[in-house]
Design a protein around this ligand. Structure first.
Ligand code: BTN
Length: 244
């Protein structure tokens, strides 16, 4: 499944580098790890803090034959794949926060950033970016603007290379099979790990906010918010979610 593995000491952003390769037509089946990113990207324009050897910074380039609708729910399914990789190392208390964070003990352990390229109608290319906190020191961690946790404080002694291999072992088959099986194959597993199931939440878009109870996700991965006896659906790109 993997055509090329690239290991870097330092890059601006592994997602950025793989997007360039996708545009040049040579990014499919390529995985890139970087020890440090100087301009790591997070969702919604945020920076992803990636100091030297503090985490696992991974991007995978994948080309799909088909339109962008094939990718519905993919970022949530990636969360399930990461949870499965972490379970192999007996990392406790792993949960998923919609749309695509991995949480542990009420704090963020890893984030997923999907970036698209291609014409998005007949063929679409995606770069799946994953940042996982392994051991962040105080000086770099000070720049993180949300509650975070790292692997070494929940389960010490995990071999980073083995975890990286396990992540690839879970992610590559997911990408290969996703056009056939879609989010339906991952929904039950996602719901079983839902950090906010049944909890009061607040959803925020650029100019509006909604509060209600999070009651899971539908077959496309949209969040279901229950408010005043009604269900409203939200898609990942539109809003951010917080505990109310
Ligand atoms: C988020 O939770 O906001 C998503 C964070 C994604 C970070 C990873 S690190 C590897 C890849 N390269 C990037 O520049 N970003 C992603």
């Amino acid at each position: 499944l993997l055509r090329e593995l690239i290991l870097c000491d330092e890059v601006d952003s592994t997602n950025g580098q793989l997007l360039l390769r996708m545009e040049e037509g040579c990014g499919h089946g390529v995985a890139m790890f970087a020890e440090r990113q100087t301009a790591g990207r997070g969702r919604r324009g945020r920076t992803w803090v990636s100091p030297f050897s503090g985490g696992i910074n991974l991007s995978i380039g994948w080309q799909f034959n088909g339109g962008v609708q094939l990718l519905e729910g993919l970022s949530l399914a990636v969360g399930v794949a990461l949870a499965r990789a972490l379970a192999e190392f007996e990392v406790p208390d792993i949960r998923l926060k919609w749309p695509n964070d991995v949480w542990c003990r009420e704090r963020k352990l890893a984030g997923v950033l999907l970036e698209l390229s291609g014409d998005l109608t007949d063929r679409c290319a995606v770069v799946v970016g994953i940042g996982l906190n392994v051991g962040l020191r105080g000086d770099s961690a000070a720049a993180i603007d949300q509650p975070w946790i790292d692997l070494q404080s929940v389960r010490a002694g995990i071999d980073r290379n083995r975890l990286a291999a396990s992540m690839l072992n879970h992610l590559l088959p997911l990408l290969r099979d996703y056009p056939e099986c879609g989010f339906g194959a991952y929904r039950e597993a996602w719901l079983a790990l839902d950090q906010f199931a049944g909890r009061p939440v607040r959803l925020q878009s650029a100019n509006q906010a909604w509060t209600g109870t999070a009651v899971g996700v539908d077959m496309s991965g949209a969040l279901i918010l229950e408010a005043d006896g009604e269900h409203k659906l939200f898609h990942g790109g539109e809003v951010s979610l917080r505990e109310a």
